[in-house]
Write a protein that binds this ligand. Structure first.
Ligand code: ADP
Ligand code: MG
Length: 379
């Protein structure tokens, strides 16, 4: 075990890193963040912030010199940086598992190879493959850049072969996957944690609603049949074991109207749909990340009560600083802000979680507060 008081390293300075740092610090660890930004959400709460590029060798050496273990908070961290760190300290997740999850082509092939259902798709890595696309099977569809997309970025909806060609050209001919646009009944996700000894625990299945490709609302427990929830948990455990994954991971799923559950994507880190765990579970996903890294026993993932989490985007600042009493005067509501100074539309600025006795009322309270925050109404 890595003793409290030791340094833990973190690549990335976003809100996921901030919540990891706060969880690790509450257990007595010191956190060193490597991030190029001057005042990042994680950098500003870290015990030490190295402001440098993720591939900067001197910065990685400094991190490796002080930290007994290191982790990451976003999947686009260069796999090379993790490989370098792994020569000096414990690293979770591994460069290999991150490399699969950060590349949609590899990710889809990996999921299919272990027998997990994915929707109809085609890999497009060349003009030749572009022209071979089975338009009848895959259009209307979504062309997704294989690498570096997030929150719906790097995706273009395409209805016709002409639109597909111009979208591929707009992406500069970079490797892409074309997915058929599916008629979704629901989206769910499962956050799972696996430690260095192979112990594995899953969090409750969450139900997710997206708006413009960005997560808007998470409801827990997901309002799905128990057999669907069990399938999602089992598939997530299989993915985690097949990757020999160490750390916190999330798998997103599409549920179709005929009951088919298809894997959408893998996030090799704590996930936005797991933010509710901070307030609604015995152990949060961020505390689990710290526990894995420090080789401590995994915590209990039990849910205290039904919960709904809403993302607060920069759009809520349209009429100036939102009136936070809207959230805070609500019984059993918890507010989390990420300390970002500039509120831009679509930018994740924070989230709030509503706790309650049953899913229907937490969802309606959450939607009501969300609407009032966005309209700028006073409580
Ligand atoms: P990101 O990396 O931005 O999260 P996703 O592939 O998860 O990218 O897409 C974001 C959201 O867009 C999904 O959660 C879903 O709501 C919608 N979406 C993505 N792919 C499809 C699809 N093939 N059919 C229907 N909706 C989709
Ligand atoms: Mg996604």
């Amino acid at each position: 075990m890595i003793a409290p008081g030791s340094w833990l390293g973190l690549l990335g300075g976003g809100q996921l890193g901030r919540m990891f740092a706060m969880a690790a610090q509450s257990m007595g660890y010191k956190v060193m963040v490597l991030d190029p930004g001057a005042d990042s959400p994680a950098g500003s709460v870290a015990d030490h912030h190295i402001q440098a590029d993720y591939l900067n060798r001197a910065a990685l050496e400094e991190l490796a010199k002080h930290c007994k273990a290191a982790t990451t908070e976003f999947e686009n961290v260069p796999a090379d940086s993790l490989t370098f760190l792994a020569q000096h300290c414990l690293v979770s997740p591994s460069a290999q598992s991150v490399a699969i999850a950060q590349d949609r082509i590899r990710e889809k092939r990996f999921l299919a190879s272990i027998g997990i259902g994915v929707g109809p798709f085609a890999v497009i890595e060349s003009e030749a493959e572009l022209h071979q696309v089975d338009a009848a099977a895959l259009l209307p569809g979504i062309l997704k850049l294989s690498r570096l997309g997030y929150d719906g970025k790097g995706q273009i909806c395409v209805r016709t072969p002409e639109e597909l060609r111009s979208a591929y050209a707009r992406f500069g001919g970079k490797p892409c996957v074309l997915e058929r646009m599916l008629d979704l009944a629901l989206e769910v996700s499962v956050v799972v944690v696996r430690d260095f000894g192979g112990d594995i625990v899953t969090f409750p299945v969450s139900e997710n609603e997206h708006l413009n490709g960005i997560l808007d609302l998470t409801i827990v427990p997901a309002r799905v049949e128990e057999n669907i929830a069990a399938q999602a948990r089992d598939a997530t455990v299989r993915v985690t074991q097949a990757l020999d994954y160490r750390g916190v991971l999330c798998v997103e799923y599409f549920l179709l109207h005929d009951g088919q559950l298809l894997a959408n994507e893998i996030a090799p880190r704590p996930h936005n749909s797991g933010h509710y765990t901070i307030d609604a579970c015995v152990t949060s996903q961020f505390e689990q990340q710290a526990r894995v890294l420090a080789k401590l026993p995994l915590g209990d993932t039990a849910l205290h009560c039904p919960a709904a989490m809403v993302n607060i985007l920069g759009d809520a600042w349209a009429k100036g600083e939102p009136d936070w009493r809207t959230v805070l005067a609500t019984p059993r509501a918890k507010l989390h802000l990420y300390g970002k100074s500039e509120a831009r539309p679509g930018r994740k600025m924070g989230h709030f979680t509503i706790l309650g006795d049953e899913a229907t009322s937490v969802v309606s309270t959450a939607r009501d507060i969300r609407a009032r925050l966005l309209s700028g109404a006073t409580p």
